[in-house]
Design a protein around this ligand. Structure first.
Ligand SMILES: Cc1cc2nc3c(=O)[nH]c(=O)nc-3n(C[C@H](O)[C@H](O)[C@H](O)COP(=O)(O)OP(=O)(O)OC[C@H]3O[C@@H](n4cnc5c(N)ncnc54)[C@H](O)[C@@H]3O)c2cc1C
Length: 435
């Protein structure tokens, strides 16, 4: 079989909705493969984005360019290739008492993916996005130039690249400032709430905490709409650095997706809500930051048609009403959010397409079934009414109009694309949204 044919594969994203036959071009140790010359393509990290931002007929696969290039143990400065996974970095840095300053809900993403989506964690209200901790990055432009970018050097390109979904070049390497820690454990505190008012109050009362995140029971209604559990976390200080990632269970390809239904999830939600009888406990970093990583391929439980994650943010002044209206709309519909997470976000940064703005973000997972796309369009209208916006890393279906309303710095982003001749960088998402 010729090498070219061997590297044509069906690839998808975490939501399993979009799939595409794509020619894979592998990046080896920080250099672009010659095979992408003159082609349209998009970078593909570890495919943990939910929608179509990393999908194109030509995929520049970064995962094999994953070396840690240097690690200054005294200063906590790490330099690595962009295909390095956060999980590999954690293994490298934790014994020397450093951790990632910002981490999303899975450790199985690449550094390139973390920068391109400018990911946020449970500490956005304190520590901002991933890009806030990037000292510099090396970017390969389609015509072959390689530029160093930082807040001071090629600053506009840096602002476009962080959150720019791979549309400004291929991130080859990054240098990151890490966070000093005194333990591999988290002191976790859990607060049960009975409705959205209490959930918001719990967030506000704990806004000085390093980490906060709420799980919401999206089946709860009327007086209990928005009830859930707020998890509050601080790095422990016990100097205990014993660490290993938990053993994983796997969801097989043949998992019967009918097991996931409104009744099973109602039982689960009740159990989960009540299971937090302990308000205070010490938990590992792995279980605090990455609970979903304990189940390999959990996305398969939604079946072969896949699922959509709907993540939006609503500015603080409108957040309570906006989130309430979204939750109400879900309860009144025949769609179920199987997993619903709420987070408090801090100030917006200067990047052109970074998602967070000061307010609350809600993420809901919907099975793909008849009517779901129309239903999500209705939710978009609510979000626009409250001046919110959607997250590109989770998006598989938003309209161009909804996207454009939410991102006023889009013009600056498009100017950079023109100025540096970046039109050959395209994904299914960039085409849908006219990026
Ligand atoms: C269980 C789970 C939990 C999550 N939790 C969070 C969360 O809490 N917060 C959050 O912000 N996100 C979260 N995410 C989303 C995830 O962090 C982002 O989608 C991330 O971008 C995925 O990285 P990846 O390496 O898999 O990249 P991919 O999914 O392969 O690509 C994502 C984007 O990055 C671009 N890209 C990748 N590598 C490069 C590169 N080297 N150069 C230029 N562009 C590149 C791609 O073109 C694409 O646009 C979660 C995802 C999952 C599955």
């Amino acid at each position: 079989m010729s090498t070219i044919l061997k590297h044509i594969k069906n690839i998808g994203s975490w939501g399993n909705y979009h799939k595409i036959k794509s020619q894979l071009h592998f990046m080896k140790s920080g250099t672009l493969p010659a095979s992408v010359k003159d082609k349209e393509y998009i970078s593909h990290g570890n495919g943990r984005s939910y929608g179509d931002c990393a999908l194109h007929e030509n995929s520049l696969m970064t995962i094999q360019s994953n070396k840690i290039l240097s690690f200054d143990i005294q200063k906590g400065i790490l330099q690595c290739e962009s295909g390095a996974l956060l999980s590999d970095i954690i293994v490298e840095i934790l014994p020397d008492k450093w951790f990632l300053p910002v981490t999303p809900g899975t450790k199985y993403i690449t550094v390139g993916g973390a920068i391109a989506a400018d990911v946020h964690g449970k500490n956005h209200h304190k520590n901002g996005c991933f890009s806030h901790h990037v000292i510099s990055l090396k970017l390969a432009l389609p015509e072959g130039d390689i530029l160093n970018c930082s807040k001071n050097e090629n600053a506009e390109l840096f602002r476009a690249t962080c959150g720019g979904m791979g549309l400004t070049g291929v991130i080859l390497e990054a240098t990151i400032q890490l966070l000093p820690i005194k333990s591999a454990f988290i002191d976790q505190y859990t607060i049960q709430t009975n409705n959205l008012k209490e959930t918001f109050r719990a967030f506000e009362e704990n806004q000085e905490a390093s980490y906060t995140v709420a799980w919401i029971d999206a089946l709860a209604k009327k007086a209990n709409t928005g009830k859930g559990l707020l998890l509050v976390g601080e790095h422990a200080k016990d100097n205990n650095f014993e660490f290993s990632f938990r053993k994983k269970i796997n969801v097989p390809t043949w998992f019967p997706s009918f097991l996931l239904n409104p009744w099973s999830i109602a039982v689960y939600n009740k159990y989960y809500y009540r299971s937090y009888t302990k308000t205070s406990e010490k938990v590992s970093l792995d279980s605090f930051f990455y609970p979903l990583d304990a189940v390999d391929n959990w996305n398969r439980i939604y079946g072969s048609k896949g699922f959509l994650q709907y993540q939006v943010v609503i500015p603080k002044k409108n957040a309570y009403q906006g989130i309430m209206e979204l939750l109400d709309a879900v309860v009144k519909s025949n769609h179920v959010s199987y997993l619903t997470v709420l987070k408090l976000l801090g100030k917006e940064n200067e990047n052109y397409l970074s998602f967070p703005l000061e307010g609350y973000t809600i993420a809901m997972d919907f099975k793909i079934k008849k009517g779901v796309f129309d239903f999500l369009n209705q939710l978009d209208k609510i979000v626009v009414g409250y001046e919110g916006r959607g997250y590109l890393a989770k998006d598989a279906r938003m309209s161009k109009a909804f996207f454009e309303t939410g991102y006023p710095k889009l013009v600056a982003f498009k100017n950079i694309r023109k100025q540096y001749k970046l039109e050959r960088l395209q994904s299914l998402q960039s085409k849908r949204l006219g990026l």
